[in-house]
Design a protein. Structure first.
Length: 218
């Protein structure tokens, strides 16, 4: 029946902190908001961007859309490559692919950027599908992205697939699609966040992700 593993991108496969936080700060500066401590913007990594501007800075929906446009001015040129794969990721993905798993990316990041990042870091050979949101704001909810990715993979049975991610949105999205989920601790979500969201498994590091997936599928 096949074995399918869906990976979040930011905070799970690559560490995008520099590019995202600098691009968020660039967008906020447009509105007269100066951010002295870029680490305070790490909370923007993972959730849909417009939602974060509304949740963390009280922006209206219209203002949040404008903020996303400003963010992309910088991110699409510079921030996209201020990023790096986590140590051991190439080995993990190669190990799983060699063991017969079908791998896919399911990211809330726009698909056009997601594909550029995967190609830039020579990760494309591992993934059968690379799926993300649309630039116009469609398919930003993680559950929708996961549904879309599963459809692109041929709609495998839920018991044949698992979602791996670092934030509650990954876990909640997996549950909505009846998938088991692995929450990772090396990204940007705290252990309490992942447990409270209902993660089925918790991986402390990249190697542990492979061990857990192997145990899940026997």
């Amino acid at each position: 029946m096949g074995k399918y593993v869906l990976f979040d991108l930011d905070g799970t496969v690559t560490n995008p902190e520099t590019g995202i936080t600098l691009s968020v700060a660039y967008a906020l500066k447009h509105f007269g908001i100066e951010v002295a401590d870029l680490s305070s913007l790490r909370k923007f990594i993972g959730p849909p961007l417009a939602d974060s501007f509304m949740d963390f800075y009280g922006f209206s929906e219209e203002k949040a859309v404008e903020a996303v446009e400003k963010y992309r001015e910088r991110f699409s040129v510079t921030g996209i490559f201020e990023n790096e794969p986590y140590e051991g990721i190439h080995s993990l993905l190669g190990r799983l692919k060699d063991a017969g798993y079908t791998l896919a990316i399911a990211s809330s990041k726009p698909e056009i950027y997601t594909k550029q990042i995967i190609e830039h870091f020579e990760l494309s050979p591992y993934f059968t599908q690379v799926c993300g949101s649309e630039l116009d704001g469609r398919r930003t909810d993680k559950a929708e992205v996961i549904t879309y990715a599963l459809e692109k993979l041929g709609s495998p049975a839920a018991e044949c697939a698992v979602m791996v991610g670092d934030r509650k949105h990954d876990i909640i999205g997996a549950k909505k699609n009846r998938l088991r989920s692995v929450g990772v601790l090396y990204g940007f979500g705290a252990e309490d966040e992942l447990i409270n969201a209902g993660a089925d498994y918790i991986a402390a590091d990249v190697k542990s992700v492979g061990d857990i997936i192997t145990d899940i599928f026997g």
